[in-house]
Design a binder for this molecule. Structure first.
Ligand code: CP
Length: 305
């Protein structure tokens, strides 16, 4: 089964394989499945980047996209996620991309459907394609992960991006440090790295990964102005960053909260590069899922442009 549910399930070899495939797509490689393939994107939470870049990736691979909007589907009549996915399977869909509010929603599907499931974010759980596009962005910059110091800062407790990246980067040999309000630290994450004060972290990391404050998941008491001074990337902090270090953020960005408005597109920022890489990574993940559903054979429809 070539589902993609979490980064924990990926071996180091599989991670590098996906990154290599994504890199080839970024250089113009093309691939199409042997037979007409149908996919559906089921987004139960808002999204701009993930949903649109999956659609671009699907179109570039020549896939047929079955339009699906939760508000006009039979979900509104109480149909379950399981029945929705089984329905799509019955009518010929091979893969579904799902973003859902519920942590590990995929557990109700795995082993009960042959449709390939690609997780586009589950509650506060996992966001594997975001992590893979982050890894591609880092790899393009440094050409290795071993020993890189990566700082992950902010709303750690609600961040599926932090969890997916911490798991993957730890396995790839990076040194991980966390910062942010102490009450937002997820104790489970500390198995992958240590807490560091924001100024030490900012001055010593190779990669500064800022996280969005997820206002929709908790109340912060209207203290976002204080947050910027206490934990955000201010103009002053950026000036003290190491030569060659880069800034990342999964976006959407709360400008002047996690990062100063003027730094969002500064020389160190790779924020829009991350989004571009999202298309290539999602092409690679879709290819991996659909190749397997064709019987696991090595599809030779790949070619360089
Ligand atoms: N980074 C990310 O997942 O963005 P969207 O919520 O816009 O998809």
């Amino acid at each position: 089964m070539m589902n993609l549910l979490t980064t924990s399930e990926l071996s180091v070899t599989e991670i590098y394989d996906i990154l290599a495939e994504a890199k080839k797509f970024s250089e113009g490689a093309a691939w199409q499945p042997n037979q007409s393939s149908f996919v559906a994107n089921l987004f139960f939470e808002p999204s701009t980047r993930t949903k649109c870049s999956f659609e671009i990736a699907e179109r570039r691979l020549g896939l047929n996209i079955i339009p699906f909007e939760t508000h006009s589907s039979s979900i509104t009549k109480g149909e379950t996620l399981y029945d929705t996915v089984r329905t799509l399977e019955s009518i010929g869909v091979q893969a579904v991309v799902i973003r859902h509010t519920e942590d590990e929603y995929f557990k109700q599907l795995v082993g009960k459907t042959n449709v390939k499931i690609i997780n586009a974010g589950d509650g506060c759980g996992h966001h594997p394609t975001q992590s893979l596009l982050d890894l591609l962005t880092i790899y393009e910059e440094f050409e290795h992960f071993q020993g890189l110091k990566v700082g992950i800062v902010g709303d750690l407790i609600h961040s599926r991006v932090a969890r997916s990246n911490a798991v993957a980067l730890h396995r790839l040999g990076a040194e991980i440090v966390f910062s942010g309000p102490k009450e937002w630290i997820d104790q489970e994450l500390l198995q992958y790295g240590r807490y560091e004060d924001i100024d030490t972290l900012t001055e010593t990391v190779d990669v500064l990964m800022l996280l969005r404050i997820q206002h929709e998941r908790h109340q912060v008491g209207g203290k976002t102005v204080d947050y910027h001074q206490a934990f955000g990337l201010t103009v002053e902090r950026e000036k003290r960053m190491k030569k060659g270090s880069i800034i990342m953020h999964p976006a959407p960005v709360n400008r002047d909260v996690e990062i100063a408005d003027s730094l969002v597109e500064c020389e160190r920022s790779r924020i829009f590069k991350q989004m571009e890489n999202g298309v290539y990574v999602r092409m690679a993940v879709l290819k991996r899922a659909l190749q397997q559903s064709e019987g696991g054979k090595n599809n030779d429809n790949s070619h360089q442009k």
